[in-house]
Design a protein around this ligand. Structure first.
Ligand code: HEC
Length: 290
């Protein structure tokens, strides 16, 4: 048993950065959950879940050195970040083996990979970050992330293994005009809130703010229209979200050229058509104040 204090929260975030660092190298689909459950006294919140690509997904990465700990060929990895909280006034035990991914065929389930189950004692009022990953074969079918504790069970997430990058985004209309009408305020809330686009793009309203990994989007309404000949700013924004590598923006953080393949997640797997439309409405209205 290990005892961990709340100061480990920061460490958990560092761990998350490591997980996402791996995700950035491999490219990732984030699965956008934020689900909470309480079982036998413990509270658990799913903070983030990210599917990692197989390194072989990009024709061009065949020459990449094998990444230590990367999923084996033919496997997909779901990286999961949780917070466990003990609201009671007695210590409670928690083990990572309480989490499992289950398939649609009865009896198919996967436990967290690497290192076997990790056990913790969660002290009263303690908040514990936990990072897990699940390696599953890369055939497309529905999966659920479940938490089972004693006789109780909770489903934290339903997801699908992503298709390979070369297949292109499934189920999206080709033209942005076929999406439902978008709402700028809802798009702004997604950008700054749940989807945290600001983590890589900074705040478009603060051109002097810190530059991050990706291009600044403060003048996207004008700039986006000039990116790909014949493509409107809305169509370009749409394709940037579905397939970021189709066109690599010229300038990333610190005026350095962006490099391909894009490190931006593929949002086609996780957004609803309405959310996509809302985000695009927000992006096409980003103008530099004169
Ligand atoms: C992990 C970092 C990361 C996240 C998160 C991210 N992006 Fe990006 N984005 C990038 C990078 C790097 C580029 C430049 C490379 C390219 O063109 O794909 C980019 C490019 C773009 C472009 C094209 C910009 C241009 O000037 O041509 C748009 C639009 C965009 N991102 C929108 C978004 C939105 C909206 C979100 C949130 C839903 C988002 N990004 C989340 C890293 C990220």
């Amino acid at each position: 048993m290990r005892r961990l204090g709340t100061r480990w929260m920061a460490c958990g975030l560092a761990l998350l950065a490591t997980v996402l660092g791996g995700a950035l190298t491999l490219r990732a689909w984030s699965v956008q959950p934020r689900r909470e459950a309480e079982l036998s006294g413990l509270r658990l919140r799913l903070e983030r879940a990210v599917w990692l690509h197989e390194p072989t997904d990009h024709g061009d990465t065949a020459t990449l050195p094998a990444l230590p700990g990367a999923p084996a060929p033919g496997q997909r990895r779901l990286a999961v970040e949780l917070t466990v909280f003990n609201p009671r006034n007695v210590p409670l035990d928690f083990t990572s083996g309480e989490l499992r991914l289950t398939g649609s065929t009865p009896g198919t389930e996967w436990r967290p990979s690497a290192g076997g189950p990790t056990a913790f004692t969660v002290r009263p009022a303690e908040l514990l970050p936990v990072t897990l990953s699940f390696d599953v074969p890369s055939t497309p079918s529905a999966l659920r992330l479940e938490w089972a504790r004693g006789t109780e069970r909770a489903t934290l997430l339903s997801t699908r293994r992503p298709r390979s990058a070369s297949e292109g985004p499934a189920g999206w209309p080709r033209r942005v005009e076929e999406l439902p009408p978008g709402n700028v305020a809802a798009g702004s809330a997604l950008f700054h809130g749940r989807l945290a686009c600001t983590a890589c793009h900074g705040n478009p309203g603060e051109p002097q703010g810190p530059r991050r990994l990706g291009p600044a989007l403060g003048d996207f309404a004008r700039v986006g229209a000039t990116r790909v000949g014949g493509k409107s700013v809305a169509q370009y924004a749409y394709e940037s979200l579905l397939n970021p590598s189709a066109f690599i923006a010229p300038e990333c953080a610190g005026q350095a050229p962006c490099t391909g393949p894009s490190t931006m997640p593929l949002y086609g797997e996780t957004l609803s058509p309405q959310e996509m439309a809302d985000l695009i409405s927000y992006l096409v209205n980003l103008r530099k104040e004169e």
